[in-house]
Write a protein that binds this ligand. Structure first.
Ligand code: URA
Length: 248
């Protein structure tokens, strides 16, 4: 089980705002009135320095004091992969405010109409490595496309499809079902350029009508998550991602 103890050394008031307990003045009020405990003792000074491993409580109830967060979301269609937007719902709107206040950001982006596995993390280095084509972290999608996919399409994905501004790295296509009107396929790509999978299929004359991400490297979408649901990654899942980016 992941510990809920503090994972940084930080001023108490700063930690409490990072944990989305309220504004700096609000959390200072909580501290002053003796409502915050550290390791079972009330602490009344806002500049108290919390240490890694400290247990923080509000009114006696232990808080989840982690500032490092890694979460998987089953992104629904119609939601923007962005931190915030004035008009449209974003993936951060689907998570409790603590994720945004800890600085959790999406790892790359899924198009508004793409669904499925989206990772969000406070670890910018891990995010960068998961996205870098040099690390060869394969992302798997299920695509619904117009028309009948054929062996020549598999070969085209394998060669690398030339798009207007770049040639996609070799990718893998597995045809699951096909008839004259439409096909369903799995596709594995090792890069994540804007609209990449849609553009690759479109270049072969098969517009995409539905797209869902199924996995990122060793991490599959948790099938128990309905669209819009999320959960924290387990310690093993985090470890498997770190191993995937370090090439072990
Ligand atoms: N490729 C796309 O075209 N869209 C996505 O959302 C992800 C990959």
């Amino acid at each position: 089980m992941i510990s809920t103890a503090a994972d940084v050394s930080m001023r108490l008031d700063k930690l409490l705002t990072t944990l989305a307990l309220g504004s700096r003045s609000h959390v200072r009020g909580l501290v002053k009135t003796g409502r915050i405990g550290v390791n079972g003792q009330p602490v009344r000074t806002a500049d108290y320095r919390v240490d890694q491993g400290d247990i923080i409580a509000l009114d006696g109830a232990v808080l989840d004091a982690r500032t490092v967060r890694h979460v998987m979301l089953n992104k629904p269609r119609g939601v923007l992969t962005a931190a915030r937007d004035a008009k449209q719902p974003t993936v951060l709107d689907l998570l409790p405010p603590v994720y945004a206040s800890c600085g959790c950001m999406p790892v790359g982006r899924l198009d508004k109409d793409t669904e499925g596995l989206l990772l969000l993390t406070t670890d910018g280095t891990l995010a960068h490595m998961l996205l870098s084509p040099k690390r060869h972290v394969w992302k798997c999608y299920q695509a619904e496309v117009e028309g009948a996919l054929q062996a020549k399409d598999i070969a085209a994905f394998e060669r690398g499809i030339a798009l207007s501004d770049f040639t996609a790295l070799p990718a893998r296509l597995e045809i699951l079902e096909t008839d004259l009107q439409k096909s369903t396929a799995k596709v594995w790509v090792q890069e994540g350029k804007f609209h990449q999978v849609r553009r690759m299929f479109a270049a072969l004359g098969h517009p995409v009508t539905g797209l869902k991400r199924l996995s990122i490297g060793p991490l599959p979408l948790d099938a128990s998550l309905a669209p819009g649901e999320y959960r924290d990654l387990t310690a093993d899942e985090i470890q498997s991602l770190l191993e995937a980016v370090s090439g072990e």
